[in-house]
Design a protein around this ligand. Structure first.
Ligand SMILES: NC(=O)c1ccc[n+]([C@@H]2O[C@H](COP(=O)([O-])OP(=O)(O)OC[C@H]3O[C@@H](n4cnc5c(N)ncnc54)[C@H](O)[C@@H]3O)[C@@H](O)[C@H]2O)c1
Length: 302
């Protein structure tokens, strides 16, 4: 039995991802509310419609690739809700075995607390019994969307359903790259958002260092590229990523204090470096408090 792949939301992500699956020989059908998007995909020979139809299917995977633009209050999930509820209405009208896999970027926990209830309400059916839900976040870059979709460096799948995890892994493994599969959607959602925040923090760090290099009349690229080769975080991917422990030792606190003091002495603001120190101070305070608590408990017990 051939599983139909439906892509709901056929913009940058949906069209790139769907075209890649189509190229691998899958039965891909696009859905988009925009007539312009539908016309573009139709002109490329794709099957595309305004709404999802599942009545004739026995088995289907529905990917949600809907807009989730951010506002200063967080993500605007209106399009995601509307699109998800329309998928739920299609699930109501079919006996097909359906996996709904969200690729839109969302808050950690959105699959379990929003997408799943939206689908249950609109379908009148139960997740985990009548259909399954998963998170498969997208990591492609807009400027190279098709190339990245065809050769993802990482694919992350999260679902509490064994069947959904296995099915999605079989579908996406042929694309290559690192495949990481988790037994819950929230881990996958958190990986996506943390990935972008990590990239953002890295860029802001080097912009802050650029202001210091600029002050010193140095080429910041010489500094950044050398550090990117030499710092342990570059050649040891697990360095510094275990949460809950502050950094210490002879060099890290000393050199951080040194660079902050130097920057301040020449009138440069270094809020990110100060934040690095503040986070470490807070984690140290909490670790010591926990140690004191453990010591007090063991003294009381002896
Ligand atoms: N663009 C990127 O580089 C990128 C990378 C990674 C993740 N993402 C995430 O992927 C998601 C999609 O982003 P995008 O860039 O493809 O957005 P996009 O705006 O290019 O495409 C979204 C498409 O969804 C359609 N749509 C809106 N409501 C619909 C509905 N109810 N039913 C069917 N179609 C509907 C729109 O017409 C549009 O064509 C977002 O959550 C985004 O954050 C984007």
């Amino acid at each position: 039995m051939k599983t139909a792949i439906h892509v709901v939301g056929s913009g940058v992500v949906g069209s790139a991802f769907g075209l890649v699956l189509d190229g691998l020989g899958h039965d891909v059908r696009f859905v988009d509310t925009s007539s312009e998007r539908r016309a573009i995909l139709r002109s490329q020979g794709q099957v595309v419609s305004e709404s999802l139809q599942l009545q004739d299917e026995q088995e289907a995977v529905v990917f949600l690739t809907l807009p989730t633009p951010s506002t200063k209050d967080g993500y605007d999930l209106r399009w995601l809700e509307q699109g998800t509820r329309s998928v739920g209405a299609s699930i109501r009208a079919t006996n097909a075995k359906v996996i709904v896999a969200n690729r839109s970027t969302v808050y950690p926990g959105a699959c379990d607390t929003l997408i799943r209830p939206w689908l249950e309400e609109s379908s009148g059916k139960s997740a985990g019994v009548d259909f399954e839900v998963a998170s498969v976040p997208e990591f492609l870059r807009q400027a190279s969307a098709l190339e990245d979709a065809a050769r993802p460096w990482i694919t992350v799948i999260g679902s509490s359903s064994d069947h959904a995890r296995a099915k999605l892994a079989d579908l996406l493994r042929p694309l290559g790259g690192c495949l990481r599969v988790f037994d819950n959607a929230t881990t996958a959602e958190t990986i996506k958002i943390a990935n972008n925040c990590y990239n953002a923090a890295k860029i802001s760090f080097w912009n802050e260092l650029w202001t210091i290099c600029d002050h010193l009349g140095l080429m910041s690229d010489d500094v950044a590229e050398s550090v990117a080769i030499s710092a342990e975080g570059s050649f040891n991917p697990t360095y510094g990523i275990r949460g809950g422990f502050p950094f210490g030792g002879a060099c890290l606190p000393k050199d951080l204090d040194g660079l902050i003091a130097f920057s301040e002495s020449v009138g440069l603001d270094v809020p990110l470096l100060q934040a690095v120190r503040a986070v470490n101070d807070e984690i140290s305070r909490r670790s010591f408090a926990l140690e004191d608590q453990a010591q007090a408990t063991s003294l009381a017990a002896s």
